[in-house]
Design a protein around this ligand. Sequence first.
Ligand code: SF4
Length: 221
Amino acid sequence: MSAGRHERWHEIVRRLREHLEGSHEPSVSTVAADSQDPFRTLISTVISLRTKDEVTTEASARLFSRAATPRDLAAVSAEEIARLIYPAGFYNTKARSIREIAHTISHQFGGSVPNTREALLALPGVGRKTANLVLGLGFGIPAICVDTHVHRIPNRLGLVETNTPEQTEQALEESLPHEYWIEINGLLVRFGQQVCTPVSPWCGRCPVSHLCSRVGVERSR
Ligand code: SF4
């Protein structure tokens, strides 16, 4: 890994923290911080996929006020879970996954969310993105959650050169200082929603424009 890239990351994270100070954390980060409960973090992450933050926050609150432990949630029907998390995207599919996750954790893991990537990935509806977010936010175990923003922005910055989120995760593991592995998702999600947007990013008001190669950016504001 190059010292130059490390230095750029230190500067980028410092500037993003400053720029985003006071802006709302993603809903899953808030659930994780408020509850300090890996199970709620996991279930909220499942709800959050392809779903707006406000919807995730409200759906999670409705669901957890009905049942907040694996054992209690496993006893709720998938139909009722779907009603509680509606209008989250794919609410029927997610409801079935949530019930199965609760059942598996309750019966195979003694009621505690497993804290290894391998075991998390074996749960229904849990992919690499969810597993890494739960490791980081739920257990404080450094893991880089690469969603669409974490894939797009480092490529634009010229800090990685990758085609898939899996490749980005691997490239970031080599270049991103370890101390930012958990935090980077929350920073880049907010930055990607507010400034480095998918189409026509706001480069004119970007706090890291002097550090950015703007790879693949054809139109900006
Ligand atoms: S300069 Fe533009 S492309 Fe680069 S990080 Fe900032 S907003 Fe994104």
